[in-house]
Structure formats: C-alpha cells, structure tokens
Design a protein around this ligand. Sequence first.
Ligand code: ADP
Ligand code: ASP
Ligand code: MG
Length: 469
Amino acid sequence: MSQTLVMKFGGTSVGGVRALRQLIGIVRTARETWPRVAVVVSAMSGVTDTLLAGAQRAVAGDEAEPARRAAELRQRHVETLEQLARLNNAAVARAAIEACLQEFQTLCHAVRVLGEASPRALDAIASLGERMSAPLVAAALTEAGVKAAAVDAARVVVTDAAFQAASPDMEATQARAEAAVGPLLETGTVPVITGFVGATPGGAVTTLGRGGSDYSAAILGVALEADEVWIWTDVDGVMTADPRVAQRARTLAELTFREVSELAFYGAKVLHPKAIRPVVERRVTLWVKNTFNPQCPGTRVVPDNGQTPGSIKAVTAFKGQVIITLEGRGMIGIPGIAARTFAAVARTGTSVAMISQASSEQSICFVVPCASAEAVQHALEEEFRHELARRDIDSIASSEETAVVTVVGAGMRHTPGLAGQIFTALGQAGVNVIAIAQGSSECSISLVVLSGEADSAVRAVHTLIVGED
Ligand code: ADP
Ligand code: ASP
Ligand code: MG
C-alpha cells in the first residue's frame, strides 16, 4: 500500500501567492491518498541569486546594498505571508523570516570587513532563502487547515564539508530524519523541509549546489523510505527540449533513469543530475509535474527496461564550456600521456564533461567549464614542461566558448542512420560540429558546437523529434 510521498516545490512553485495557493491544493489532494506526506521547498524564485548578489557587493565594500536587499526580501516574503496567513500562524513565520534577514546582514557585515567570502560563508548566506520559504509555506498550509511544521534541513541532512557542493552521509541523515521528521509524519503533520541545505556533523551549514533542492528531495525520499518522489516545477514535465529554446517542445510521458540522467547531466535544468541516482538505487518512483497544471500527469521516470526503441527522444545543450586540446607528433607511443593529462586536470578539482574521439594519437581533446580553463591549462603546462620543451607536445590550447549538445534516446547509438540524420540536420542549419563525444552511455550522442550556435543546433535536432513546421 502507498505510504509515504515526498513532494518538492521549486522556486516558481513557491514564488508568490498564486503559486502557493496551487501548492496548498496539491498538498491537500495528496493527503487524501497518502497517509504520510513530506514537502521539500526551494527559496522563492530569484531569492538565492539576490542573497548571493548582496554578499558579493558586501565583499566589494558596499555597506548599503545588503540592507537594501534585505528590505526587498522582507517586503516580498511578508507581503506574500500576509495574504496567506494571519495571527499566530503569520507571527511565527514572520519572526523566522526576520531572524534570517538579521543573519543575512550580520554575515554580509562580516564578509565586508574581511574583504572576502569563503565558500562556507557563502553557504550560510545562500541557505537563508530556503530558511525563509519553509516557515512561510508551513504557515500558509496551517492557515488553510493542513497541519504543517517547518523543518530546517541543517538538523536533518548531514553532509561532508565540501561547501557549495556538499555530499550527504546517508546513514547519519536517515537516523536524523527518523528522529526529527518521523514523529511529524506519524501524527499527520506535513513537515515542510528546506531544500538545498544541509550541515556538517559539527553543525556548519552547507548547500548541495545550485538547483540542489531536487537532490534534497531525493535524499529525503530515501531517508524517509518514500514510495514516490514528485518534483513540482513550472513546466508539464521533462520535455523534448528546453521550451525556452525550442517552442514546439513536448512533454515526455515516460523516460528511463538513464535517459533522464543524461539530459540532466548535460544541462536540462528541470532536474538536478545528482537527484536521480539515490532514487534509482532504492527504486523510488520519480515524477516531474507542473504546479500550475496539476491535472497533467507529467513525466514518469521508469527503471531501465532493456528495451531499445532506437529513436531520438530529447536534446539539450550545456553552454559555457571550452575544448582543451593537447597536440604533438611526439605524443605517439609515449605511454601514460592520457593518464597524466587527466590526473593533472583532476588536481585542479575540475570534472571533465566529455572526452572527444581523437582521430589519432596525435591529440587529446576534452571539454571543461570556461571557469576552469585557465587553471587546467596551467596544470597541463606544468605537468608536461619537459615534453613541451622537447617539442614532443607542440601545443596545449583552449578553444573559444563552446556548448555540448547532447541527443538522448535509449538504443539510439545502435540505430543505423540516426547519427547521419543528426549531422544532416545540423549541416542544413549551418551549424559547424567541432567535436563528437564518446557518449557516456548507450543512450546518448554528444557534439560540441560554438556557444553562439547552440540554440540553432538544439532547434535543428529537435525537428527530427517533432517534425518540420
Ligand atoms: P524549479 O525552480 O522548479 O526547480 P528550474 O528552473 O530549476 O525549476 O527548472 C525548470 C525549468 O527547466 C523549466 O522552466 C525549463 O525552462 C527548463 N528546462 C530546460 N530543459 C528542459 C527540458 N528538457 N524539459 C523541461 N524543462 C526544461
Ligand atoms: N534555491 C537554490 C538555488 O536557487 C536551490 C534550488 O532552487 O533548487 O539554486
Ligand atoms: Mg531547479
């Protein structure tokens, strides 16, 4: 029998009065069929950006900006709260919001005095958005007659100290979830848990990385032994392409875990890439649904079923990347060049999004984020100092800004003719393919194009899915 449901609401889904009224209706309906419902919330849309922008101004020495930002955030949260909750319910949330805004200003003062903001300080600041939205949502639910209580995930999700991209300790988190969230669920109270946030065992606040509330939902889904996790967002589900880029994008009724992982890893913002593995491993059912159109069933993510339909299902682009190329005739036959290359890259803490198929042993080429390009190039120049001096390696170069365009569909790599169709479509759209990836799984093909051509590339491949106009 269905027992526990975890529902996560993203930034736009808690972004204002209209969204919150939808959320209340959705939670109420879910409670009719699910005995235990837990809610995970993001910050109101744009709030995390505002907090971080305030902190950056403070670092630059601006004293007035954090106060201005705090006033702006106060107005937005309090106005929303006042329309949805009164008296005691509103007072509790208002006090929590006020405490967060005080903390924001204190932390901004500290980073201004220091002239720098450590990743740890930035996490303490970024976490405040969720710490304001959770009490607000709990108050709105309580006012609407749904028993609810805000829960700070810093007390539940135990992580390592990798600030800004923390990883959970699942065993410790499960124990804390049982103790802190379990009793609420047992008494029919809906816990409203802050997404994005965790804390080290010592209590330092961490975040799971931008967009990380999806990951929080997956972690809590596992920790609470949920049957299903539903991600509520502002589109009807996972679509054939980003609807902001391809206007005719359609919602996919079903995708396999592998397909959705590839899409998320290569830039489809609708799901955080780390959110998928925990739920796959525990066989929790995952749905993506639209807060503003709850009648639409959305997308169901299903286990890999071994079927290979062999068609293109979706396309995504991941901008802000560069290609790093090592070139030189002297590389032929020297053992260990590739191993040394990727060891040097790893020492910079950069993860490689894609390794391209080199035509011969004379070059190695791979893709890293623009922000890491300089550090990676230095690390490689250092590693291959002798080879460069001897001209065994002629050059280590970074390209202009590029994008990785990934085409996804189970079994497509073994379907004759598909790659040809993709290249023809790109050629007709005038898009130049710079490199082709060794796709990371059976169900995707990745190509590198100039960033400026990424949207045209997505639209061109997308016509193969939905047909010409
Ligand atoms: P939330 O705040 O709910 O987490 P996000 O903005 O993080 O929402 O993610 C939802 C957005 O992801 C959509 O509004 C859409 O613009 C974008 N998106 C990108 N690629 C896709 C895709 N393939 N399918 C659906 N949405 C996508
Ligand atoms: N509020 C966080 C962010 O903007 C986390 C999230 O929305 O998932 O990155
Ligand atoms: Mg998101």
